[in-house]
Design a binder for this molecule. Structure first.
Ligand SMILES: Cc1cc2nc3c(=O)[nH]c(=O)nc-3n(C[C@H](O)[C@H](O)[C@H](O)COP(=O)(O)OP(=O)(O)OC[C@H]3O[C@@H](n4cnc5c(N)ncnc54)[C@H](O)[C@@H]3O)c2cc1C
Length: 306
């Protein structure tokens, strides 16, 4: 619950760019989850800094939202303010050559831009859905290629909205699906990527090849959050879940995909509890079968009832 004086301050700052009691099922790709106390969408960097300062003054918890492709919000909803970055969308080629992208730029826009401009190096991101901010926080990638290999620096603002910093790759502290430099409430405002000139035709061919691979191996026709679990060292979570006999396992409207067992898909009407129930089943079965403790890659947020 946000106190009345804080609600008024949010309204005064953001007008209709803040919504109260906002269902997170509309903001996440799994299409499940209860309401956030408030959903705020600042229109530029200055407003982002003011919003962070306001939240800090009123002691409001903050959660950053890119495009919600890696978030699972519990049924009982989320305390505090969800801060959406989608209006930060500047995207430009710079010298080097490099590409500058604000945190709300979508993966699809970045990929299209690189194809049009004939800039190579970021093709591996084709088909990893989300925003630049989400990509940074998750060090998103495929196989052995991740953001840490292509990002030169990230601009950020501290949790209290006061300190602006430029983090180089050492300060970002990228790890397997994590970025230590963004783990203490700082928001990523933009990233600068290293690229190299190439023919647009060649860049497009590689993008198309990777998109085709995804079409063939992932259940892209139903809502999901991508890989639910991190791969344990030397193995694949999907292989272990499949071996445990859980492909096609259902709970309510949620199903462990037959096409890729590390995906849980919403087959219609699933709740966060259905998805969490399948996560529990998968962990228990894999533990029993192999002794391996699966850890979630999807970020699970929200109130725990009871
Ligand atoms: C079909 C499908 C396929 C996928 N394939 C892959 C894949 O191959 N590789 C891979 O790595 N991932 C994959 N994912 C997961 C997802 O695409 C990535 O995790 C992506 O980085 C999420 O971006 P987002 O903008 O949606 O982030 P969100 O889900 O909105 O947020 C993810 C995390 O980032 C934080 N965050 C978001 N923006 C900011 C910001 N500006 N500053 C600070 N923190 C921020 C959030 O608070 C949250 O903790 C897949 C998902 C789907 C649905």
């Amino acid at each position: 619950m946000i106190p009345n004086n804080a609600c008024s301050a949010l309204k005064a700052l953001l007008d209709d760019r803040v919504k109260f009691d906002a269902p997170m099922s509309r903001q996440t790709s799994l299409r499940v989850g209860g309401p956030a106390d408030a959903l705020a969408t600042p229109q530029n960097r200055e407003e982002m800094a003011q919003l962070l300062a306001l939240c800090s003054q009123h002691g409001l918890p903050r959660t950053f939202l890119g495009a919600g492709f890696n978030l699972l919000v519990r049924e009982d909803g989320l305390d505090g303010v969800v801060i959406c970055t989608k209006k930060l969308r500047r995207l430009e080629a710079r010298s080097g050559p490099t590409v500058f992208a604000e945190s709300g730029v979508s993966h699809a826009s970045l990929t299209r831009f690189c194809v049009e401009q004939g800039l190579s190096g970021l093709e591996f991101g084709a088909g990893i859905p989300g925003t630049i901010g989400g990509w940074m926080a998750m060090n998103a990638g495929i196989g052995h290629r991740e953001q840490k290999d292509v990002v030169l620096e990230v601009e950020s603002i501290s949790a209290d909205g006061v300190k602006k910093k430029v983090l180089d790759s050492a300060a970002l502290g990228f790890g397997y699906r994590r970025c230590a430099g963004l783990e203490h409430g700082a928001v990523a405002l933009s990233a600068l990527f290293q690229v190299r000139p190439a023919s647009p035709k060649k860049v497009k061919a590689e993008v198309d090849r990777l998109l085709g691979q995804r079409q063939a191996s992932q259940p892209l026709n139903a809502p999901s959050c991508g890989s639910v679990f991190r791969n344990p060292p030397g193995d694949y979570a999907g292989r272990l879940i499949e071996q445990a006999g859980l492909s096609g396992e259902r709970l309510g409207g949620a199903e462990i995909s037959r096409r890729h067992a590390n995906f849980i898909v919403n087959q219609g009407g699933a709740t966060a509890d259905d998805v969490l129930g399948l996560i529990k089943r998968a962990r228990e079965s894999v533990r029993k079968m192999s002794g391996i403790e699966l850890e979630t890659e999807v970020r699970i947020l929200g109130r725990i009832s009871g």
